[in-house]
Design a protein around this ligand. Structure first.
Ligand code: E4P
Length: 217
């Protein structure tokens, strides 16, 4: 399973990237707003840092404008994945951009039928939003499972990018179902390493070690 980091914060991306666990980055207009940075500048910095796909989202709503923005974003670096919303115009933009050989991430997906359309217009990634479905009392993980089944039924090679991840359980469940990629905030990725029994066990080892009076170095 690939790990993308869902942020536009350079320091957080760099720390995880140094650990070798970052396969890509996703951004969106809200994350760019939170970073306080210029979209073109910060996206270029991220692309220079990370080898894998870096999603940069268009903000136009008409297909022709999305295509123009997508081409400009794609010019930032070879590893840009142009992110378009799952609207009718977004699907048209995906068709054109993916036809030009551009990686495209179709975002704001909330149904299996939307995911089916995205695959048919050549999306590289489909981004079903788990957390936002959970927020309205619909099991986001059921959507991941449905898309996995449908894509496998017909051999679509669009990658399922489980997005809007809010907890470590979302990551476990997405991995169990077979999502190709998860994108999560840095804080959630760091939490994957945490376990109270690890902390308890380490504290006991440290206490016993203290009693030996020894040093390793
Ligand atoms: C994915 O590409 C989105 O940027 C992101 O996962 C949205 O997450 P949120 O619903 O927590 O804002």
């Amino acid at each position: 399973m690939k790990f993308f980091v869902d942020t536009a914060e350079i320091d957080a991306i760099a720390e995880l990237n140094d650990l070798g666990i970052v396969d890509g980055v996703t951004t969106n207009p809200s994350l760019i707003m939170k970073s306080g940075r210029n979209i073109l500048e910060v996206t270029k910095e991220i692309c220079d840092l990370v080898d894998g796909p870096v999603s940069a989202e268009v903000v136009a709503t008409k297909a022709e404008d999305m295509i123009a923005e997508g081409r400009k974003l794609a010019g930032i670096a070879d590893n840009i994945a142009v992110k378009v919303p799952l609207t009718w115009d977004g699907l048209k933009a995906c068709k054109v951009l993916s036809g030009e050989g551009q990686m495209v991430n179709v975002t704001l997906c909330f149904s299996a039928n939307q995911a089916l359309l995205a695959a048919k217009v050549g999306a590289t990634f489909i981004s079903p939003f788990i957390g936002r479905l959970d927020d309205i009392n619909i099991d986001g993980m059921d959507l991941i499972a449905d898309i996995r089944t449908i894509y496998d039924n017909y051999g679509f090679d669009t990658q399922i990018l489980a997005a809007s991840i809010r907890s470590v359980n979302h990551i476990t469940d997405a991995a169990r179902i077979g999502a190709d990629v998860i994108t999560a905030p840095p804080g959630v990725i760091r939490k994957l390493a945490e376990h109270p029994l690890t902390d308890k066990g380490l504290a006991a080892f440290m206490a016993d070690w203290e009693k030996t009076g020894q040093d390793i170095l």
